[in-house]
Design a protein around this ligand. Sequence first.
Ligand code: SF4
Ligand code: SF4
Length: 134
Amino acid sequence: MPSSPNVVAGRSCGTCTLCCRLPDIDLFDKPANVWCRHCVAGKGCSIYVDRPSVCRDFLCLWMTDAGFAEIWEPSRSHMMVYRQGPQITVLVDPDHPDIWRREPYHAQLRDWAREAEATGGYVIVFRQDDVFKI
Ligand code: SF4
Ligand code: SF4
């Protein structure tokens, strides 16, 4: 990924491709938790130069928020976190469905929910067909 003014110094996507799998992407008729048809295992996006803005403009919070500790690196936490207005959205890798309930992650999610609540925000966890509000 090219350097971006929004990216925390020293962080990069590396081999992580979670955002090409976990979210649904209407543009590609891609359901959640299914690999994008343009993602090549172990390599990344096969249309990288021409990828659409929905991909080009997206960065998860681990990439853009220095307050996110290294344990939240998506390839390590098996979760992808981003903001949608007041909502902090957490998508859980279906290959690691219970990781969000384990520590230190669960305590951190509860802390985020408490902090967000003060300004009307909240945390939502999506795990396959399950949705949890924290
Ligand atoms: S989930 Fe984050 S770190 Fe992983 S590929 Fe997407 S933007 Fe990069
Ligand atoms: S087009 Fe490329 S960057 Fe966008 S979701 Fe598919 S593989 Fe990922």
